[in-house]
Design a protein around this ligand. Structure first.
Ligand code: SF4
Ligand code: SF4
Length: 285
């Protein structure tokens, strides 16, 4: 097959639209995600070097991640393409979580756990599809070397941030609550793969990394602040320690007791807010 941006997009969308693996694993066997949005960036994009400056020297550029995965292949940053995709939460999952004020709804918690399993399978499916056509590819977040570190500026941070990769691929900008606001909103999950292939990058139609958030662009909204049950979001951004303290053990206990599986989740700041399902406009605030 001649691999193009269209064939990669179709591979990703077909998987989510037709694979039985895309399931919340509930009684009704509902889909975990709606049709994805896909974007591309070149491995030579200077934004990836900027991330090292901001997040920390431990944050991989695409070429660094690729070199760890394929030490015998000698490729230049320009030879690589970063593929990212947005997996939108379904209407039912968002609607349920909108009603919640302290704990995640069952569908949301399922999307967090079983949806992420779908995401892992999708990353592998993309890698295998490309490899089948002789293209070396890797999903950095599935690499054994992927880990969480401590960023001086941001606290917990990983060696490869898929939300940052999606920002580089033109798929969205960051909100006050730290989530990525995409054309499908920020109630979504994200995935990424790096491949030894040339694909025309997706245009970044924003001029800064916070352009879509109404607080940063217009000084209004802050709806995510009041949605957070533990006061983890303020004008200073998200307090990750407070947020994680709520996720585990508080929501984990709730999920086990009320929904009967091992999991956790929250997403209250991702639902019931103007940027939940779209790029918000001032009248939405
Ligand atoms: S709810 Fe409002 S302030 Fe919070 S991230 Fe969304 S647009 Fe920004
Ligand atoms: S995920 Fe929940 S606890 Fe964390 S910041 Fe958002 S609303 Fe607050």
């Amino acid at each position: 097959m001649n691999i193009t941006s269209q064939t990669i997009e179709k591979t990703i969308q077909d998987y989510i639209d037709t694979s039985p693996e895309n399931t919340l694993q509930n009684e009704a066997n509902e889909k975990a995600f709606d049709t994805p949005l896909v974007g591309f960036a070149t491995g030579a994009d200077p934004i990836f070097v900027d991330y090292k400056t901001h997040v920390g020297p431990f944050h991989w550029t695409p070429a660094e991640a690729f070199a760890i995965a394929f030490p015998d292949l000698h490729v230049l940053p320009d030879d690589l393409t970063v593929i990212t995709y947005i997996l939108p939460q379904t209407r039912a999952t968002k609607s349920d979580n909108r009603q919640e004020t302290r704990f995640p709804s069952e569908r949301w918690a399922r999307a967090r756990i079983f949806g992420e399993e779908v995401n892992e399978k999708l990353r592998r499916h993309i890698v295998l599809t490309l490899q089948h056509d002789g293209i070396a590819a890797v999903a950095p977040s599935l690499m054994t070397q992927w880990e969480m570190k401590n960023s001086e500026k941001y606290g917990y941070a990983s060696t490869w941030s898929e939300r940052h990769a999606a920002h580089a691929c033109g798929l969205g900008t960051f909100g006050l609550c730290d989530g990525l606001i995409t054309p499908f909103g920020k109630a979504m999950r994200v995935g990424s793969v790096i491949a030894d292939i040339h694909i025309t990058p997706t245009e970044r139609t924003y001029d800064n990394h916070r352009a879509y958030c109404l607080y940063f662009s217009k000084g209004i909204c802050k709806k995510c602040v009041s949605r957070c049950p533990v006061g983890a979001i303020s004008e200073a951004g998200k307090d990750k320690v407070k947020c994680f303290g709520h996720l585990k053990p508080v929501t984990a206990d709730h999920v086990k007791t009320h929904y009967g599986f091992d999991g956790y989740g929250c997403g209250l700041c991702q639902t019931g807010v103007p940027c939940e399902s779209k790029i918000p406009l001032p009248p939405d605030a």
